[in-house]
Design a protein around this ligand. Structure first.
Ligand code: WT7
Length: 634
């Protein structure tokens, strides 16, 4: 059977007989301490999803102990520092020992199965070690991206009721210091359930320590035994919580569990990237996002792969940084985001061609639609037309890749995410739930469960049901708009809901709006997205000020700072417009479609505005914009 035939046969089996298909894959990929009794059960009405019930396993054991017999001296992590010329190789043996030491330390500190541990770290080996150690003892990690502000960190710690935080004195990214410990201090100013903070001394800088709460990581970890018996966990015990934005102001704690997630991470990593044991695999995503969880940590480590862990950014100290890392470590597989590709494309080909890229075999893309121009550059310049481009579509909620142009199976089509992975049944439907004709866009839904799917919104199962399973009953709603052609290829256009994708960062309009409204003089705010050549999408914010507000020239800057403080710098709008009133429908809804058109200067075709309660607001808005009384670049 060639690859195409195998794909077709497996795909059919995975849909017609999921139990049989996934049972076979679980035999290939999972080593359980105790076998499962039932392969799968799901009910999309109550959003009750369970895989491999009865099985006992340990994810950290999978990612470490299993490899010690034959591959103890194999490199697990190639750690590349922010500054060039400083890399460190960490074997599976060492990663195992360091993880066991931290697991022992966590137990000594009183962390128990089911407790939540917040990880707020830069891209350093301890981030991986922390995730694995928490998983090893059956606790639940909640990694918070280091770019989040103290307030965003506070909200996430509070929602998950974390007991302990693992952080570093500071991080370094692109030559800039990230004051992680200071952020944690600020996040914990208003009391939470956190009783202890473990601080990694990552740079020379000394930071204030709270004697009642803070402990140096090396002081509690370094003397611990280098062995720890993995705890057998139930297949459906929680593994981690990861917050992601939705269309309401409050981020959702996406909860993933053990066996199904691990199997899906391992199998998709192996199949999609055509993993070979000698590969040097580099995923540039931060561990603070799902790509970092599934394709930097759990997928590759479960397969015993050698993974590059990069602390820095694509353009520091020069736009050659990525290609220099590729050359130096002989990277075979590169998995990165369109926003990085576009930025590097803008810097010029000479930065790429100055470095030997002959080791590259596969190039992946994730996080947002890749525009055909960036696709072509990635394919032609970076990969010298030798390496296929894997445009992978998935979400925090899906746990792993659902759509991709599988090697040897699908055609290479710029901008098209390709075909469904095994067990994945996509459909494109209109508002009424009818499947659209080929090439007609609609809601991208999934009609069958797959093992890597999220299980609930932490602490709010009702929200899980309502967000994902209500609009089209019996199906999972992705929130994306897509179309599918006659051969089944899916092209994802972007979000269909009030979620933006700015440089691959998922941000809810409502989150930014509530950050703006929390500023003393703002009474109302509406945020819309605009296309942007570099960041894919950019944000425009409209704010209505209190009537008694006295104009200050630096208001815009203050509002930008407000968003940085509440969410993080990456969530800053590109433009802020102050307006007297927002256009609203008679039912009181802000007409975002109109605001989007105005922000994009599409004034000649504003569409149907007959449902507006205040049609005069439109002229006022256009006037305000054209007078440019407020607008300017961030
Ligand atoms: C949203 C999920 C997937 C892990 C990283 C982001 C968009 C993601 C693609 C792609 C078009 C994509 C979607 C999706 N997206 N990959 N290949 N083509 N759009 O995870 O933060 O949960 O964001 O990112 O809109 O819904 P996330």
């Amino acid at each position: 059977m060639n690859k195409k035939e195998q794909y077709a046969a497996w795909y059919r089996q995975s849909i017609e007989n999921p139990s049989q298909f996934w049972e076979a894959r679980a035999h290939d990929y999972l080593s359980c301490f105790q076998p499962w009794q039932k392969v799968c059960y799901w009910d999309y009405t109550t959003a009750d999803i369970r895989w491999f019930e009865g099985a006992k396993l340990n994810v950290a054991y999978h990612c470490l102990d299993r490899h010690l017999q034959h591959d103890a001296q194999k490199i697990a992590l190639i750690f590349e520092r922010d500054e060039p010329g400083q890399s460190e190789h960490i074997t599976y043996q060492t990663l195992y020992e360091k993880t066991c030491q931290l697991a022992n330390a966590l137990l000594q500190l009183g962390v128990r199965k089911g407790d939540r541990v917040c990880i707020y770290l830069p891209m350093i080996p301890e981030a991986v070690i922390a995730m694995l150690a928490v998983a090893r003892i059956g606790a639940i990690h909640s990694v918070v991206f280091g770019g989040f502000s103290p307030q965003a960190l506070h909200d996430r710690i509070k929602d998950a009721d974390c007991k302990l935080v693992i952080t570093a004195n500071e991080g370094v990214r692109g030559g800039k210091v990230v004051p992680l410990k200071a952020n944690v201090d600020q996040a914990l100013e208003i009391p939470t359930s956190v009783t202890q903070v473990l601080v990694i001394q990552n740079t020379q800088t000394k930071v204030p320590m709270n004697v009642l709460r803070d402990l140096y990581y090396h002081e509690v970890v370094n003397h611990q035994p280098k062995h720890h018996e993995p705890v057998p966990l139930d297949a459906e015990d929680p593994l981690f919580i990861l917050y992601t934005s939705g269309s309401t102001g409050k981020p959702k704690g996406v909860l993933h569990t053990q066996a199904g997630y691990l199997l899906y991470a391992a199998f998709t990593f192996d199949y999609v990237f055509d993993y070979q044991p000698q590969d040097i695999y580099w995923c540039t995503a931060d561990v603070g996002w799902i790509t970092g969880h599934t394709y930097l940590v759990y997928g590759p480590l479960s397969q015993g792969a050698t993974v590059v862990l990069f602390e820095g950014t694509p353009q520091y100290p020069t736009p050659s940084r990525f290609w220099q890392v590729v050359e130096q470590h002989r990277v075979t597989t590169l998995y990165t985001a369109p926003t990085a590709i576009r930025a590097l494309m803008g810097a010029g080909d000479q930065y790429v061609t100055a470095h030997d890229r002959s080791s590259l075999r596969v190039l992946g893309s994730v996080g947002e639609p890749i525009n055909p121009e960036a696709w072509q550059w990635y394919y032609q310049v970076v990969g010298e037309k030798r390496c296929p481009i894997l445009d992978t579509w998935w979400q925090t909620e899906t746990g792993g890749i659902l759509l991709a142009p599988f090697l040897g199976v699908a055609e290479q089509r710029p901008g098209c995410a390709g075909l469904p992975f095994f067990g994945v049944v996509p459909a494109i439907v209109d508002v009424a739930g009818n499947i659209t004709p080929p090439d007609v866009a609609g809601d991208l839904i999934l009609r069958q469960a797959w093992p890597g799917q999220m299980r609930t919104v932490f602490g709010d199962h009702k929200r899980f049901v309502q967000t994902y399973f209500r609009k089209h009953s019996g199906c999972y709603l992705s929130g994306d708009e897509a179309k599918q052609d006659q051969q089944g290829y899916v092209t994802v256009r972007g979000r269909a809901d009030d979620v933006m994708n700015i440089s691959g960062h998922r941000i809810g309009t409502a989150e930014v709006e509530s950050a703006l409204v929390a500023y003393h003089c703002v009474i109302e705010a509406a945020v819309v997205s605009m296309p942007d050549a570099l960041s894919g999408e950019a944000m425009a914010a409209y704010v209505v000020l209190r009537a008694d507000y006295i104009w200050e020239s630096d208001l815009e800057k203050k509002l930008m700072q407000q968003v940085s403080a509440v969410i993080g710098k990456f969530a800053k709008p590109k433009k802020i417009y102050c307006v007297e009133v927002l256009p609203k429908t008679r039912s009181g809804k802000i007409m975002r479609r109109l605001l989007r058109k105005i922000a994009n200067h599409e004034l000649s075709d504003l569409g149907d505005v007959s449902t507006l309660a205040n049609p005069e607001s439109v002229t006022a808005l256009i006037d305000a914009l054209q007078k440019k009384n407020i607008s300017s670049e961030a």
